[in-house]
Ligand binder design. Structure first.
Ligand code: EPZ
Length: 421
């Protein structure tokens, strides 16, 4: 298993860029199942999760591949002919987002057999809302041997009121409703930029979706869709992670391709810590302060503060001048980075969904273990500031969602390298 070694090495400086968004690429790749023909997706990040989704599509019978060389960020998916509408446990257990093939398969092929994702490090993460929505559209759902079996001759439009906001639940239902007969209204829908992006792609394929980005999305079903050529939006969470890396080192960095509108809640909080942040040259410029001010964070559904930035912001606040209160309201177990940050000298106490972070003078490098995707990023961010060497193990978590983060940080002056394990 690879490890990442990082030595605190002063302020980061220079220009970097955000890669394509993981959480946009995954539903968009799944959407290719909705239309026969050759789909082309550009600016697709080179991530383990994207490779898993391509493997899943190929295993079903699609031709799904990433091009080589200069075109390595282009993926092509050819759909057509015989297709096995199944997502096996072996793949789904490595990536819950595999559940995104459920809606397209039922809508297009009338049936799907998808392994229940099971829990993951950050929480139980059930998919009851996905299933409730598909049932409302007329699908018959059976759970057997850890699999969801879904069938429907023809999905019919309906009103689906989610009991709670779910990003992939909203995406699954948008894709299913695209080919349903009649109108579907999704109420209490997720408002993430990735949901809006998926609706844009589906409309380019011939769907009729309005309201994406708001909490009420209307989908007028159509008889069929056609293949698409689309470039994926930049990753707002990777952008936020790069901004925090600059901030914790008191550095000055320009993140190109960043979209400020996708990160308003985060940018507000970073400014509260004393960072100067400006939209510049098609990206975001940040200058970290000499002294970081503490802030209070509550993770909420978009446009609230993103849960995927909670661990990174916590790392930043470990060296603020004062106490920060960080509460996690989306997932029930997303504080596993706390024990590891403590090993580096952070002063954090956790009570239920709330962490109290008392700023300390400095962190010291230590061997730490990544427990999940964003926790890995949090530990690397802390390592950039820590005195001495931090060794982050189990970085396979990191590779799921960041395209060679250590290379981008090294190009900004960080003393960081990967050791093949
Ligand atoms: C998406 O996960 C993202 N993943 C997550 O990013 C992100 O943290 C999350 O949304 C919240 O923003 C992708 O887009 C691929 P949810 P998702 O359904 O859709 C509960 C990362 O780091 N819930 O919005 O799985 C659920 O347990 C990943 O890139 C139900 O109870 O999240 C959670 O507590 C991590 N029943 C809350 O809702 C359901 O049917 C939000 O989950 C669905 C969800």
């Amino acid at each position: 298993m690879d490890r990442i070694l990082v030595n605190g090495n002063g302020p980061l400086k220079g220009v970097t860029h955000a890669s394509g968004a993981k959480n946009a690429a995954l539903p968009i790749l799944a959407a290719s199942l909705l239309a026969d023909g050759e789909h082309t997706f550009r600016n697709v990040p080179e991530l383990v999760d994207v490779r898993t989704m391509l493997r899943l599509l190929a295993q079903m019978g699609c031709e799904a591949e990433r091009l080589e060389g200069k075109k390595k960020h282009v993926c092509q998916v050819k759909v057509g002919g015989a297709l096995t509408p199944e997502a096996p446990y072996e793949l789904v257990k490595t990536m819950r987002a595999s559940v995104l093939v459920l809606g397209p398969l039922v809508a297009r092929y009338g049936r799907a057999r998808v392994s229940l994702p099971g829990g993951c490090a950050i929480g139980a993460r059930p998919i009851d809302q996905h299933l409730k929505g598909l049932k409302a559209l007329g699908a018959e759902i059976e759970l057997a041997e850890g699999y969801v079996e879904a069938r429907a001759k023809q999905l019919k439009g309906a009103v689906v009121a989610f009991d709670l906001v779910t990003v992939t639940g909203t995406e699954n239902l948008m894709m299913a409703a695209a080919l349903a007969k009649g109108r579907t209204v999704l109420e209490n829908a997720a408002r993430e930029p990735e949901v809006e992006e998926l609706a844009k792609v589906l409309n380019k394929m011939g769907a009729r979706i309005t309201g994406a980005g708001s909490s009420e999305i209307t989908i007028e079903g159509v008889p069929g869709l056609h293949p698409v050529d689309h470039a994926i939006i930049p990753d707002r969470i990777e952008t936020g992670t790069l901004l925090v890396a600059a901030a914790i080192t008191g550095g000055e960095v320009l993140v190109q391709n960043a979209v400020p509108e996708h990160l308003e809640a985060l940018l507000l909080k970073l400014r509260e810590t004393g960072c100067r942040i400006e939209a510049r040259d098609g990206g975001l410029w940040v200058k970290g302060p000499a002294k970081l001010s503490p802030v209070n964070i509550k993770t909420l559904e978009h446009p609230g503060f993103p849960t995927d930035m909670q661990a990174q912001l916590m790392a930043l606040m470990t060296v603020a001048e004062g106490t920060s209160i960080i509460s996690e309201h989306i997932f029930e177990n997303r504080f596993m980075h706390v024990a590891e940050l403590r090993r580096m000298g952070a002063d954090i106490s956790v009570e239920g969904p709330t962490a109290v972070v008392k700023g300390v003078k400095g962190l010291s490098g230590a061997p730490v273990m990544a427990t999940d995707l964003r926790a890995s990023a949090s530990l690397i961010v802390a390592g950039l500031r820590a005195e001495g060497r931090t060794e982050v193990s189990r970085v396979y978590h990191l590779d799921r969602g960041y395209e060679r983060l250590e290379k981008k940080l090294r190009a900004l002056g960080a003393d960081i390298r990967r050791v093949k394990g």
